[in-house]
Design a protein around this ligand. Structure first.
Ligand code: GDP
Length: 369
């Protein structure tokens, strides 16, 4: 599954946000037998009207949206990389997630202590980055000292590894996250950094600006947010302003009450929905759909994946006996009464195994057993 870690300094609203996420869009646990009972992991449904419409029109008994797992990761503080605070435990958690949602405090509240003395999300961001960079540098240098000797004595594999490590060390020792320099890093080095070293600063990030209630809807008057937004633009990082406390309240309401409360604040939708969607986007994922009388189901696929890979995502037998995929995109389907009308009008195409699946495709796989 897709896993996103929620990180940030203490007292910035991580748990408030995590609880709102889990409360507001908790997935039916019965649907996810793999779901652990770890209180720091929440399986959250991806808000998706398309799967609901599909289930309704095709008379499927239920609509099953795609899910994202959020992990509440505490312990990232100044000097955490040197073992202060919760020390190194949080690192193991960060290694296991595919992306990071960094919560940055933009709200002022004298009742809530700031560990650094005052509200300053840009400084907080730098503290977090420095810790992660320090950890990556430590990983790289430890490995360098292991392969150095073999590389010098002419061992080819060690020599290659040494070259990758040197490239990574150069960036990290300028106190820069690898993520920002992806374009300059050769693909083989990137592959190595991901698969062998599990480096932290390569993981895609999104920033969540935790506003005060009074700053809503957009926080334009909040000077902290203004500075953070400029930084986000420069670095090409998605920035999502929201108020974690309000999100927590929204999560407890019925859909009807929620709409009213959102309207009262001038908001179009819960900020959390954007967090979930952006996390999906960060990871370059698309959604495709399958439907039968039992269920309409949203499924997750890497962008660019083929019909054969989509079939494998549904069932290995479908991939093994793959014949063809019947395809219609949801945007074409939307205007119709359902799949039977689409078939009658010849709008369902037949595609082969190499067809690159598009976001919103509704697939029916033909296969032989
Ligand atoms: P964590 O340590 O990052 O997990 O932070 P918590 O979620 O436990 O929040 C720390 C404190 O800040 C709690 O007392 C929250 O009620 C409060 N808090 C969280 N979000 C907001 C917010 O948007 N506005 C205000 N005023 N307080 C908040």
């Amino acid at each position: 599954g897709v896993r996103v870690g929620i990180v940030g300094l203490p007292n910035v609203g991580k748990s408030t946000l995590f609880n709102a996420l889990v409360e507001g869009s908790r997935a039916e646990v019965a649907n996810y037998p793999f779901c652990t009972i770890d209180p720091n992991i929440g399986v959250v449904e991806v808000p998706d009207e398309r799967v609901k419409i599909l289930a309704e029109r095709e008379g499927a008994a239920q609509a099953v949206p795609a899910t994202v797992e959020f992990v509440d990761i505490a312990g990232l503080v100044r000097h955490a990389s040197r073992g202060e605070g919760l020390g190194n435990q949080f690192l193991a958690h960060i290694r296991e997630v595919e992306a990071l949602a960094v919560v940055l405090r933009c709200f002022e509240d004298p009742e809530v202590v700031h560990v650094e003395g005052a509200v300053d999300p840009v400084r907080d961001l730098e503290i977090l980055e420095v810790e992660l960079i320090a950890k990556d540098l430590e990983t790289v240098e430890r490995r360098l000292s292991k392969v150095e000797k073999a590389a010098r004595s002419g061992d080819r594999a060690a020599g290659e590894e040494y070259r990758h490590l040197e490239i990574l060390r150069r960036i990290l020792s300028e106190v820069e996250p690898l993520r920002k320099h992806r374009e300059k890093i050769p693909p083989e080095t990137l592959e190595y950094a991901f698969r062998t070293l599990f480096l932290l600063t390569l993981k895609p990030v999104l920033w969540v600006a935790n506003l005060g209630e009074g700053d809503l809807p957009e926080g334009r008057e909040n000077p902290h947010l203004v500075r953070l937004a400029e930084r986000a633009r420069n670095e090409g990082v998605p920035l999502i302003p929201l108020c974690a406390e309000l999100e927590a309240q929204l999560a407890e309401l019925s859909p009807e009450e929620r709409r009213e409360m959102l309207a009262a604040y001038g908001l179009a939708e819960p900020g959390l929905w954007r967090v979930i969607r952006e996390a999906y986007g960060l990871l370059n994922l698309i959604t495709f759909y399958t439907v039968n009388e039992k269920e309409a189901r949203a499924r997750t696929l890497r962008r660019g994946a083929t019909a054969l890979e989509a079939a494998a995502e549904i069932h290995t037998d479908m991939a093994r006996g793959f014949i063809a995929a019947e395809v219609i995109n949801f945007e074409d389907y939307r205007a119709l009464s359902g799949l039977s009308e689409a078939r009658k009008k010849g709008l369902v195409r037949l595609e082969g195994r190499d067809y690159p699946v598009k976001d919103g495709d509704i697939l029916y796989i033909r296969f032989k057993v």
